[in-house]
Design a protein around this ligand. Structure first.
Ligand SMILES: C[S@@+](CC[C@H](N)C(=O)[O-])C[C@H]1O[C@@H](n2cnc3c(N)ncnc32)[C@H](O)[C@@H]1O
Length: 326
């Protein structure tokens, strides 16, 4: 397959992920044979011989290549083809100044023969950052689009946080504040195992069921209305919990978290297996850490600071506190 060639024969890409996940993503890409360097917050420069190394990694949010006005765009088209797009390429120019934008639109149209289609593009040219963003390599184009709500966890963030949970094939995963189901669905795309989404909101559960159907996961991922503080699950029945819980800002309130967090942590201590592990994302960090310390059934073993979409939560990794002498 034709592919963009650097002097070293590889494809040079700029890959974005949530801030805080760069090292995890770099490790994954290097293990898969790429050369990857963290080049900024939430950004890696990556050289790969095969696009699938990047395409198959769910922590990768968006993919771009270096570009500035006047630079040829054959490589951008080759990347669209390598990503499986076989139609006529359309582009947009992300530039506020309309005279600059119109000049670039004319020049690129002339140079490439591409259509300028600001609402439905494969290549997004961003002169301000010297990038050409490749639409067919964005997360939703690679894995599928989910129905979302305002507090939906970005799927690329879900993928990173799932990595912290150390899930193995066959394990059962629970998200007790699961919303539209992003976390168990992203997990089930890449792992053989069951997932359960619980949420108080009937609207979220209806969307989660649509998403499960869209991704063809109805034999392995289930969604049920329920309360995270009173789970309808047996003791020690869940291997892993991964959840993006209400921060008390956009969803719920700090006051509600005073009830939600102790009930949630108590239930995690009850339903997790002896070797269970939970990863909980929250921006109400002090409150959550205090609740875990007071509950004493679980302990925080790792804190991963994240930043995406204007929020700065921490992913708390939790395991059981083992009784002394056992
Ligand atoms: C940050 S959102 C979850 C985002 C989710 N990961 C997604 O991608 O949609 C938090 C969710 O917690 C739910 N929630 C709040 N209190 C709850 C409770 N007591 N039990 C279960 N779900 C609850 C909300 O309805 C909301 O969907």
């Amino acid at each position: 397959m034709a592919r963009p060639l650097g002097e070293d024969g590889g494809m040079h890409l700029i890959v974005t992920c949530a801030v805080g996940l760069e090292d995890l993503l770099r490790g994954d890409l290097q293990q898969a044979g790429a050369r990857a360097v963290v080049s900024g917050e939430g950004e890696l420069t990556v050289t790969v011989d095969e696009i699938d190394v990047v395409r198959s990694n769910p922590m990768v949010d968006r993919v771009a290549m270096s570009w500035s006005p006047g630079v040829p765009l054959e490589d951008a088209e080759k990347l669209c083809r390598a990503a499986g797009f076989d139609g006529d390429v359309a582009f947009r120019v992300h530039e506020k100044d309309s005279s600059v934008r119109d000049g670039i639109v004319r020049a690129v149209g002339h140079q490439t023969g591409w259509r300028n289609e600001p609402g439905d593009w494969q290549v997004n040219l961003v002169p301000g950052t010297n990038r050409a963003e490749i639409g067919p390599l964005a997360w939703a184009a690679r894995f599928g689009a989910m129905e979302r709500l305002p507090a939906t966890t970005p799927p690329s963030v879900a993928a990173g946080v799932l990595r912290l949970a150390k899930l193995q094939p066959g394990m059962a995963l629970l998200d007790p504040c699961g919303g539209v189901g992003t976390i168990p669905i992203v997990d089930a795309i890449g792992r053989d195992g069951r997932g359960l989404i619980v949420d108080l909101s009937p609207e979220s559960i209806a969307l989660a069921r649509n998403n499960i159907r869209t991704f063809g996961l109805k034999d392995r991922v289930f969604a049920e209305e329920g309360d995270a503080t009173y789970l309808d699950l047996a003791d020690a029945s869940v291997d892993r919990v991964v959840s993006d819980v209400p921060f008390g800002k956009r969803i719920g309130s700090n006051q509600e978290n005073d009830t939600l967090y102790p009930g949630l942590v108590r239930e995690l201590g009850r339903v997790l297996t002896q070797d269970g592990r939970a990863v909980v994302i929250t921006d109400d960090k002090r409150r959550f850490a205090d609740v875990v310390a007071r509950d004493r059934s679980l302990k925080v073993v790792k804190e991963t600071a994240l930043r995406y979409n204007g929020v700065t939560p921490t992913a708390f990794s939790l395991t059981r506190v083992r009784a002394r002498g056992r």
